[in-house]
Design a protein. Structure first.
Length: 308
């Protein structure tokens, strides 16, 4: 019996090590931090929010979102904070999502923000301990549709920053999620008539030919710009300037578009730092472009010259 027990222990250890090796060699795409808060909700079961947080963490981080192999260090850094403002039933909740993602800049310890977006149109059902189910071809629930939508958006934007049109297949899946979710009349944010700042318009913009220059700007700004800063600052800055010119083209076609606003909200402080360098060429033209496409950040753009 003692020998048999030792063999069982060794077998369990071997399986555990094999699992760790396999996971390390083929990790999931996302390294997503999840936080669920409900500061204003009076509930007799506060534990449900912790259970929900853990369920979402596992859904985002343990699911394979693509057919590609990611190493542990290649996972995309991102976070989701769900703020529940109201519990409208035993298992129904209203609130908001704050979604952020970033990627490392080549040759540095710096991470650049790709997405920083607040989605206020959140309503979902969650029954404690029930599994979170998702199928990209059918509508399971608003909660898993929301989570999957932002997972594919995060992956798509990350790919766009590394290769031209690299996010295309993931934006297509996000579009399919939108199409499926439109069957639920009890939720909003999936339709064009739900306002001008929602999930529908994010993907509509990304897949619209009027925004091709935006996607070119994503690649120029990150791969040809930030990633070259270590080797050639001047050429890197020129690429970033070209990226801003591309965004100006988009703004001329579709003024005040959601996609450009999202980009500027994520990049405003970074852009100020880049152009505060006194060696940057055509700085005056860049400031004019920035004030044109993102007037809500005028106070920030004014710091560019003052930081010299």
């Amino acid at each position: 019996m003692e020998l048999h027990s030792k063999k069982l222990v060794l077998k369990k250890i071997f399986i555990a090590i094999l699992t760790l090796i396999t996971f390390g060699a083929s990790a999931q795409e996302l390294n997503c931090q999840v936080r669920v808060v409900a500061p204003q909700v009076q509930s007799t079961n506060r534990q449900v929010f912790q259970t929900l947080q853990q369920a979402i963490f596992e859904f985002m981080n343990n699911r394979r979102w693509t057919d590609d192999t990611y190493n542990m260090e290649e996972r995309i850094e991102c976070s989701i904070q769900i703020t529940i403002s109201e519990q409208v039933g035993a298992d129904r909740f209203k609130g908001s999502f704050q979604i952020q993602s970033s990627r490392p800049v080549y040759g540095s310890s710096y991470n650049t923000t790709l997405l920083n977006y607040r989605d206020n149109d959140i309503f979902f059902q969650y029954i404690e301990f029930e599994p979170l189910l998702f199928n990209e071809n059918t509508y399971e629930s608003n909660l898993t549709s929301l989570l999957a939508f932002y997972a594919y958006l995060i992956i798509g934007l990350d790919r766009e920053s590394f290769s031209p049109n690299g996010g295309e297949p993931f934006f297509d899946i996000a579009q399919q999620i939108i199409n499926n979710a439109q069957s639920d009349n009890n939720v909003i944010g999936w339709n064009s008539f739900d306002g001008d700042r929602n999930r529908y318009w994010i993907i509509e913009n990304l897949n619209n030919r009027d925004f091709e220059a935006f996607r070119e700007a994503m690649y120029l700004y990150h791969r040809q710009g930030l990633d070259r800063m270590v080797k050639d600052v001047t050429e890197a800055q020129k690429s970033i300037t070209t990226a801003i010119e591309k965004l100006t083209e988009v703004h001329a076609r579709r003024p005040n578009s959601l996609l450009v606003r999202m980009f500027m909200d994520a990049k405003v402080d970074e852009i100020v730092n880049i152009y505060s360098d006194e060696t940057v060429a055509n700085k005056g033209d860049v400031i004019n472009d920035l004030n044109n496409i993102a007037p809500s950040h005028t106070s920030k753009w004014s710091k560019i010259n003052s930081n010299q």
